[in-house]
Design a protein around this ligand. Structure first.
Ligand SMILES: NC(=O)C1=CN([C@@H]2O[C@H](COP(=O)(O)OP(=O)(O)OC[C@H]3O[C@@H](n4cnc5c(N)ncnc54)[C@H](O)[C@@H]3O)[C@@H](O)[C@H]2O)C=CC1
Ligand SMILES: NCCCC(=O)O
Length: 488
């Protein structure tokens, strides 16, 4: 059973706990004892259990669930279009509860978790609207004959998620999949197994037929089983580049289409004619959401030389003001990283960066918040995806120079530019090798806009009208209105 994690109830406990080595504060008493696999419209303990795993609360290191990994997925294909609008309504009604669960299991602030839940119900609402407008073409042929095309579902789609946006990823994959008439088996990251179950229950309550949305828990072995299963028609994956390569190899063997949302090391270019206030806010948005654990973050911040000192000074000032702490408190804007091994990995990057760059401003307990100024393109913290709250600031002189440096990466997920010169803004984004570009903002996620990467950041898109094409197949029907003209 879920113990409701109300903020008022949690705060006294937070105050009474001692700082742990993983984090300076705790968030509460939330535990899950219900099964975390979901099939046929209900939570189940799988008969084919392959072992148990534990899920933790990042802020305290406390175990919040012990769950069973599974393989079988029990999908039912169904022709009816599910009632996504009702699902959207229920998510909105239960937003605080879902956000609290997300906050506890992931560590992101409650403020931000609510924004993630917003982008989740918005996705259901958007595809509920699009579902009814899905149509093919009518093509006139000579002699009164004609052809038409129809969009049909693919069948069973597998969604495999990362741990940084657990509920949002489950929604962004399942809403278009279901809207196109598919079934989905969703495998969350074993670090964040909890909130996908809330989505499954919401779909069931909304009238989605049992077996149409299923949750299977487990790690790499379960993921491999799903990708290789002969009943699976498509795999949509969000995660790291190395895992994405394996998913693509496995899917290739079954000629299954894949959507790959992979990592990034995105450039954010700040020209000297920018609105400085907005550019600084944009750089913070580009680096510190979800403790910096965001694939599309603009972690290479290129600043034109004339404004480098002023920009850096402002970034430091505003970074120092970010409220770090218990993610369930209303005014917290940054919580803990996902777990200790990841924290140590991020600190490893910071240690190396400190040898070559001017770093600051703070590290305490499990929380870190960093920037590295005066970076060079060849530094490890500038080349590799850190997936933590570490912003690298680099300086540049000219537009041509910064474009060459910005594109000098194997990744291509996102990019941003801040300038008041509208012609330059469009010229620059046209040259940037990235699937999602921002002008004078960063890391906003309107569901109407397609999201996805170039180069090693993957392919296929999530959100937007185009995603319908990634969850459906086109059938062509040729209609003869005359006699058959046989060649024989
Ligand atoms: N482009 C995007 O939208 C996003 C990309 N990411 C990227 O994901 C990474 C961090 O997330 P992680 O969860 O650590 O990534 P990961 O690649 O380790 O795991 C992602 C998911 O794949 C599963 N998995 C692992 N090995 C597998 C295998 N051999 N076959 C099938 N499934 C397997 C995991 O259990 C998990 O559910 C970062 O590199 C980040 O950039 C994260 C979020 C969004
Ligand atoms: N809301 C942004 C999604 C990016 C990510 O999944 O990392």
């Amino acid at each position: 059973m879920f113990l409701r994690a109300g903020r008022a109830a949690l705060s006294p406990l937070v105050r009474s706990l001692q700082p742990s080595p993983v984090a300076a504060m705790s968030t509460g008493t939330f535990v899950v004892s219900q099964p975390l696999n979901y099939r046929g419209g209900a939570r189940v303990e799988p008969a084919d259990a392959s072992g148990t795993e534990k899920a933790f609360e990042p802020a305290t290191g406390r175990v919040i669930a012990t769950f069973t990994s599974a393989f079988k997925y029990g999908v039912k294909l169904h022709g009816a279009l599910p009632n996504l609008l009702e699902g959207c309504r229920i998510i909105r009604d239960r937003e605080d509860e879902i956000a609290a669960v997300e906050c506890i299991n992931n560590g992101k602030s409650i403020f931000e978790a609510r924004l993630d839940i917003d982008t989740s119900w918005q996705c259901l609402e958007y595809y509920a609207g699009l579902a009814a407008s899905m149509a093919g073409e009518h093509i006139q042929l000579p002699g009164g004959s004609f052809g038409y095309t129809r969009r049909e579902p693919l069948g069973v789609c597998v969604g495999i998620g990362a741990w940084n946006y657990p509920f949002q990823i489950a929604s962004w994959k399942s809403a278009p999949a279901l809207a196109c008439g598919n079934a989905m088996v969703f495998k969350p990251s074993p670090f964040t197994p909890v909130s996908a179950l809330l989505l499954a229950e919401i779909y069931t309550e909304a009238g989605v037929p049992p077996g149409l949305f299923n949750v299977v828990q487990g790690g790499a072995a379960t993921g491999q089983f799903l990708c290789q299963h002969h009943d699976v028609a498509k795999v949509s994956f969000t995660g790291s580049v190395p895992t994405g390569m394996k998913i693509m190899e496995m899917s290739a063997k079954g000629i299954k289409p894949v959507t790959l949302e992979l990592g990034g090391k995105s450039p954010l270019i700040i020209f000297s004619d920018c609105d400085m206030n907005n550019a600084v806010k944009g750089a913070l948005m580009a680096n510190f959401l979800t403790q910096g654990q965001v694939c599309c973050n603009g972690t290479r911040v290129f600043v034109q030389k004339e404004i480098l000192d002023k920009f850096t000074e402002e970034v430091v000032k505003q970074t120092q003001r970010i409220k770090i702490g218990d993610p369930l408190l209303e005014d917290t804007r940054m919580g803990p990283l996902i777990n200790r091994p990841h924290l140590e990995r991020v600190l490893g990057f910071v240690k190396v960066a400190k040898d070559g760059a001017h770093c600051g401003p703070s590290y305490s307990g499990g929380f870190i918040l960093m920037f590295a100024a005066n970076c060079r393109d060849d530094m490890t913290c500038v080349k590799e995806e850190i997936f933590g709250p570490v912003m690298s600031i680099l300086s540049f002189d000219t537009e041509a120079e910064v474009l060459e440096r910005a594109n000098d990466t194997t990744f291509g997920l996102a990019a941003g530019v801040f300038t008041r010169d509208i012609q330059r803004a469009h010229r620059v984004v046209a040259e940037l090798q990235a699937g999602t570009c921002f002008i004078n903002n960063y890391n906003v996620s309107p569901v109407e806009l397609p999201f996805g990467g170039y180069k090693k950041s993957g392919f296929g898109r999530e959100n937007g009208r185009v995603t319908i094409e990634y969850y459906s197949q086109l059938k062509t029907v040729c209609v003869e209105m005359g006699d058959v003209e046989s060649a024989f």
